[in-house]
Structures are given as structure tokens and as C-alpha cells.
Design a protein around this ligand. Structure first.
Ligand code: FE
Ligand code: FE
Ligand code: ZN
Length: 276
């Protein structure tokens, strides 16, 4: 099964997202757990969730990716900022239990000048505070570009976070193709080499999802500007190699390209066409 989808607005609820996904030809989707600016989350509507779960089952929609607001920073130098990240993530994980078995992706954060070591320790501390043995959600560290003081631009940094997490079997990694390319890994030209490096540093079994984005900038640029598939430096052919790669092909793939819904439908159709 090819699990391919895109980022959708969660403003109309889960059933609406499922219906939109289906109309786009998607078999999975991603959504923000709350306004991306990190405001208060809407309460979960149990009727909407149960209607969605039935719809998901009936239509073969696979594992979903919930995305934490990208403004939280669990490794900020500012304690209030760190507490806010922790509270937000803990609350998100609690609400994710209404839809057990899915993925919760977050940006590891920026150390804001404290240094990589301290940043990594703070991220692990956050995870140790919010993870619980009984939870049914897998938390994902997203691979980042490494711009500024961002953590997660090197695979080894993700490994170091995982090494410090007690319930690390509840944690995985989401590989963002734009981010890894911007970070200096040539995922377009040498996917085998990049995935071998990932395997050595982190372990391929940790890989649980892929963000499929082209990049407006060349390898190593550290800019994080997503492009439509085939309209950036990775190029259209690279995505054929990525979605069919034996180490990736069973994972959910989600587009975060600059698109409205018709553009997403076209990219989903294109990737389905390239799927072998
Ligand atoms: Fe992200
Ligand atoms: Fe991403
Ligand atoms: Zn990005």
C-alpha cells in the first residue's frame, strides 16, 4: 500500500479532513494539533473522532501525522518558553489518545545560544517529562536544516537525543526531504548514501514518516524554503527514487509543499504515477 497525503487544515475537524484527503486521492494526511502559532487547542469532539475512525477504516486511510505547532521551543534558553513547549506537547499527546496508534511530529528546537549539548539535554528532558509507558502515540523528531541554532540538522544530534530518552521506544524520526537536503545530505542525488548514514547514526527502524518537499535552495543551503515537487533543487526524478526506496516505501509520505488543495491533488497523482 502506498500511503501518500498532504498537510490539511484541521479547522473543520477529523471527519472533514478524512473526506478532503479522500477527495485528493490521499491515503494519509498531516494536520496541526492546534493553531501553528501555538494558541489554545480546540477541545476534541468525540462524535467527530468516532465518525472519522469509521471513515478511516472504511476508506483505507493509514497512519496519521499530527504536527506540533512549529513555534514551540523545548530547548529555549528561556524557562517560560520551555515550560510552554512542555505543556503544549503534553496536552497534545493527551488529546492524541482519542486517536490511538498515530504519530506526533515536532521540531526538536533551537538552543538559542546555549550550545548543542545543553539543547540536546533540554529536548531529552522535555521528552522524559511527557512520554508515558501507556501512551499509544509515537513521538517523532523531525530532521531539520540546522539553520541558526536549530538542533536536528545532523543525524548524530537526533541519536544523542534518543540516547537520553528513557522511553525511547516511544520515539522515532520523521525525515523531511527539503530539510535533510538543506542540511547538507544529498537525498536527491544519493539517497542510498544518505539513508546509510542515517542507519549508522540513528538506525532505519527509527524512521516512521517522510515529509516529501522539494527545496528552493541547493544542498547545504540551510534555508528551509519548501518548493513544489519538481520545482526545486531536488527535482522530480529524485522523488521517484525516494518514494520507491526499500528503506522508505512502507512509510507514510506527506507533502508540505506550497499548494492549495488542487495542487496537492496533482502532486499526489504525480507521485502515485511514479510509484512502482
Ligand atoms: Fe515540520
Ligand atoms: Fe517537514
Ligand atoms: Zn520546513
Amino acid at each position: 500500500m502506498f500511503y501518500i497525503g498532504c498537510h490539511l487544515s484541521s479547522s473543520a475537524g477529523f471527519l472533514a479532513m478524512g473526506q478532503t484527503a479522500l477527495s485528493l486521492g490521499a491515503t494519509t494526511f498531516q494536520f496541526f494539533t492546534r493553531n501553528p502559532r501555538g494558541s489554545r487547542a480546540k477541545a476534541i469532539d468525540p462524535d467527530d473522532v468516532s465518525a472519522f475512525l469509521a471513515f478511516q477504516k472504511a476508506n483505507g486511510i493509514g497512519t496519521l501525522i499530527a504536527h506540533a505547532p512549529y513555534t514551540i521551543n523545548p530547548c529555549s534558553a528561556d524557562q517560560r518558553t520551555r515550560e510552554f513547549a512542555r505543556e503544549t506537547m503534553a496536552d497534545d499527546l493527551q488529546r492524541m489518545e482519542y486517536l490511538p496508534g498515530n504519530l506526533y511530529n515536532f521540531h526538536p528546537g533551537s538552543h538559542t545560544g546555549q550550545g548543542m549539548e545543553r539543547g540536546i539535554a533540554l529536548i531529552a528532558e522535555t521528552l522524559n517529562a511527557i512520554l508515558s509507558e501507556g501512551q499509544r502515540t509515537t513521538v517523532l523528531l523531525e530532521t531539520m536544516t540546522g539553520k541558526g541554532t536549530e538542533i536536528g540538522g545532523r543525524f548524530e544530534e537526533l541519536r544523542e537525543i534518543l540516547d537520553r530518552v528513557t522511553l525511547s521506544h516511544r520515539v522515532g524520526v520523521c525525515l523531511d526531504t527539503c530539510h535533510v537536503s538543506d542540511a547538507g545530505y544529498d537525498i536527491a542525488g544519493d539517497p542510498d548514501g544518505v539513508l546509510t548514514a542515517f542507519d549508522k547514526a540513528v538506525g532505519l527502524t527509527r524512521l516512521r514518516a517522510v515529509h516529501v518537499n522539494d527545496s528552493l535552495n541547493p544542498v547545504g543551503a540551510r534555508k528551509d524554503r519548501h518548493a513544489r515537487i519538481g520545482q526545486g533543487y531536488l527535482g522530480r526524478e529524485a522523488f521517484g527514487r525516494i518514494i520507491n526506496h526499500p528503506a522508505l516505501r512502507e512509510l507514510p509520505f506527506v507533502l508540505e509543499t506550497p499548494n492549495e488543495l488542487p495542487g496537492y491533488a496533482a502532486e499526489i497523482a504525480l507521485l502515485k504515477e511514479m510509484r512502482r
